[in-house]
Write a protein that binds this ligand. Structure first.
Ligand SMILES: [Zn+2]
Length: 104
């Protein structure tokens, strides 16, 4: 199955060139989800976070600019491929900007 460049729907499996097998193999397609920053106790003890909390405490505003309305509405999705033969994973190089991505 060939993929259209601007297609928002991607298949769960597809035949693609595997860089480690040096030939076309069936590969699993996965969309990597962007995880938010972990708010663990260990991270809260770091100097930078303590310093930031000290500055922005009280009436003083945040020293870093708050991005309220972003210019870009789309983002590059991290598409991961896993070869079913050698089980190696690799990311798609330079993915296209998309608003929505679906797996069919
Ligand atoms: Zn492979």
């Amino acid at each position: 199955m060939r993929l259209n460049k601007r297609d928002m729907k991607i298949p769960k499996q597809m035949r693609k060139y595997c860089p480690s097998c040096h030939k076309h193999t069936t590969q699993k397609v996965m969309i990597e989800k962007v995880k938010p920053r972990p708010k663990t106790k260990k991270g809260a003890l770091k100097w930078g976070i303590r310093h930031y909390a000290k500055i922005s405490a009280g009436y003083t505003p945040s020293p870093r600019p708050i991005v309220r309305d972003k210019a870009k509405t789309s983002r590059r999705a991290n598409i991961k491929y896993q070869c079913t033969v050698c089980k190696k994973m690799y990311f798609k190089q330079n993915p296209v900007r998309q608003k929505k991505l679906e797996q069919v």
